[in-house]
Write a protein that binds this ligand. Structure first.
Ligand code: MN
Length: 135
């Protein structure tokens, strides 16, 4: 924990080198956006295209410091996947990516065990700021 809140890409150079984020996202362009935004930070990125793939990574106890969890997924949804992840790794930060800035989503993500949430479309500054609170 740095406890230092950062909110712009230029300030992220190399700061998360050695950390690993598991990005759970079924839409490639959304994944590419997240990966591009985080590139400068040198964080190691693992892409899971479904909740099932994400759970495989967790079950195999592979390195992971944070999860960016899309909520709308085919197969098991992001909230269900989060519950299963938290049952195995309760301290692992999970940030939900909700499709709409709907009023209930904040509460829903909290009830599902998510540590935080981001509403799509996600702004780079919001992504970086939220991650910096947990890494
Ligand atoms: Mn989706």
């Amino acid at each position: 924990m740095t406890n230092q809140v950062i909110d712009n890409i230029s300030a992220t150079t190399g700061i998360w080198e050695g950390k690993t984020v598991l990005i759970v996202e079924d839409v490639e362009s959304n994944y590419q956006f997240l990966a591009a935004t985080l590139r400068k930070s040198k964080i190691n990125i693992i892409w899971a295209r479904s909740g099932e793939e994400a759970l495989e990574w967790i079950h195999q106890d592979k390195p992971v410091d944070m999860v960016l969890m899309d909520v709308q997924l085919d197969g098991i949804d992001g909230y269900t996947a989060t519950g299963k992840i938290k049952a195995i790794k309760p301290a692992l930060p999970v940030i939900a990516q909700t499709a709409f800035a709907m009023k209930g989503e904040k509460e829903k993500s909290r009830l599902a065990g998510c540590d935080d949430y981001l509403s799509k479309p996600i702004r780079p500054s919001e992504l970086i700021k939220t991650i910096s609170k947990y890494l």
